[in-house]
Design a protein around this ligand. Structure first.
Ligand code: UT7
Length: 321
C-alpha cells in the first residue's frame, strides 16, 4: 500500500536578530528571567521594508524544500500554507507562494490552526495523497508574529519569533510509513490565547496577541504527552521505538515536562528555541529542516512530530523518516 514520505525540507529566517537585551529596553524584564523561564535567548524579527513577509519567507522555505528533494516547482500538485499571520486575507498566502515559485499546476490554499497548523497541514496533505487525488504536496508553516505582538506586554513579547519552514512530501510505494496521526481541538478554551482580526466597527480595536500563559502552559504539558501516548498506542509502538521527538518550540520547560511525563531523555528532543523563539506554525518544519541539514535524521528513523497552540489545538504524528 502506498503511503507518504518527507523527501525534502527547507526553511527561511529573517536577517534581524532581537536579543533578550533588546527586549529589556522595551518592557520590565531581564535576560536572566527570560532564559530561566523560557530557554529563549534571541529570536528573528522580519523587516517588512526589506521585503521579509509571511509570503516571501514561505516561498523561500518552499523553494529550498523542493531543491532539497530534487524536484521542480512545476511538478508540485498541492501547496498548503499554515499561518495565522498572513499579510493578505485575499489572496491566500499559498497562492502567493505558488506565483512566487512558479508552481503553475498546483492547487494552493491556507489553513489556520495556529501553532498546530503545520501538523494539521501534514494530515490534510496525507488525506489528499492517500486518497490518490494528488501525488505530492508542499506543506509550509510561515509566520511574522512580531506584527501581532504587543511590544509593551512582557507576558507575550518575550516569546515569539518570525520564520518559515517547509516540507515536500510525495506518495511512495515503499520505505515511507505514517504510523499514526492524532489531532484535537478544544474551542471552549480558545480565548486563553487569542488575537482579534481587524474590525473597523470597533473604535479602539485591540489587535494584539493576548494570552493566559499559565493556562496555556498547563494545557501544553498535559495535552501533548497524552496525544503522543495516543499516537504511540494507535501505532502499537512505545517511546523506546522513537528516534527523535520533534516538538513545538514554545518553552524549554514545556519540553522538559513532556520529556519527564513520557520518560524520554532530552537528548531525543532537539530544540532550537534558544535562537528562534516560538515561531508558531513554522516551529516544527524549521526544526525538521535544521535537524535534516545537520544530519540528525536518518532514513528509516521513526520520528514523532507533535505540537499545540491557539484554538486550542493539538496534534501528533508518527512517521518513518
Ligand atoms: O504556542 C503556544 C504559545 N504560548 C505558550 O506556550 C505559553 C506557555 N506559557 C509560558 O511559557 C509561561 O507561562 C510564560 C513564559 C509565559 C510565563 O512564565 P511563568 O513561569 O508561567 O510566569 P508567571 O506568569 O507565573 O509569572 C511569574 C512572575 C509574575 O510576577 P509575580 O506575580 O510573581 O510577582 C509575573 O508578573 O513573573 C512575572 N513576569 C515577568 N517578569 C519578568 C511575567 N512575565 C515576565 C517577564 N519578565 N517577561
Amino acid at each position: 500500500m502506498s503511503t507518504i514520505q518527507i523527501l525534502g525540507t527547507g526553511s527561511a529566517l529573517p536577517e534581524q536578530i532581537r536579543t533578550n537585551g533588546d527586549i529589556e529596553k522595551l518592557v520590565d524584564t531581564s535576560d536572566a528571567w527570560i532564559q530561566e523561564r523560557t530557554g529563549i535567548k534571541d529570536r528573528r524579527i522580519a523587516d517588512g521594508a526589506a521585503g521579509e513577509s509571511v509570503a516571501s519567507l514561505a516561498a523561500k522555505a518552499a523553494a529550498r524544500a523542493l531543491e532539497n528533494a530534487g524536484k521542480h516547482p512545476e511538478e508540485v500538485d498541492l501547496i498548503l500554507v499554515a499561518t495565522c499571520s498572513p499579510e493578505y486575507l485575499l489572496p491566500c498566502c499559498a497562492c502567493q507562494v505558488q506565483a512566487e515559485i512558479g508552481a503553475k499546476k498546483a492547487v494552493a490554499f491556507d489553513l489556520n490552526a495556529a501553532c498546530s497548523g503545520f501538523l494539521f497541514g501534514l494530515q490534510t496533505a496525507y488525506c489528499y495523497l492517500q486518497s490518490g487525488i494528488y501525488k505530492n504536496a508542499l506543506i509550509i508553516g510561515s509566520e511574522v508574529l512580531s506584527k501581532l505582538v504587543d511590544w509593551e506586554d512582557r507576558g507575550t513579547c518575550i516569546l515569539f519569533g518570525d520564520g518559515a519552514g517547509a516540507v515536500y512530501v510525495e506518495t511512495v510505494e515503499e520505505n515511507g510509513r505514517v504510523w499514526s496521526m492524532v489531532q484535537g481541538s478544544n474551542g471552549a478554551k480558545g480565548m486563553i490565547l487569542s488575537c482579534k482580526e481587524r474590525d473597523l466597527t470597533t473604535p479602539t480595536p485591540d489587535l494584539f496577541i493576548r494570552m493566559n500563559g499559565q493556562e496555556v502552559y498547563k494545557f501544553a504539558t498535559r495535552q501533548v504527552p497524552l496525544c503522543i501516548e495516543e499516537a504511540l498506542q494507535q501505532a502499537n509502538l512505545t517511546v523506546e521505538n522513537i528516534d527523535l521527538f520533534l516538538l513545538h518550540q514554545a518553552n524549554v520547560r514545556i519540553l522538559e515536562s513532556i520529556a519527564h511525563r513520557l520518560k524520554v531523555s532530552m537528548e531525543k528532543i532537539p530544540k532550537n528555541l534558544e535562537t528562534r523563539g516560538n515561531m508558531s506554525s513554522a516551529a516544527i518544519p524549521v526544526l525538521l529542516d535544521e535537524c535534516n541539514r545537520a544530519g540528525k535524521l536518518h532514513r528509516g528513523d521513526t520520528i514523532v512530530l507533535s505540537g499545540f497552540g491557539a484554538g486550542l489545538t493539538y496534534g501528533a504524528c508518527i512517521m518513518t523518516w
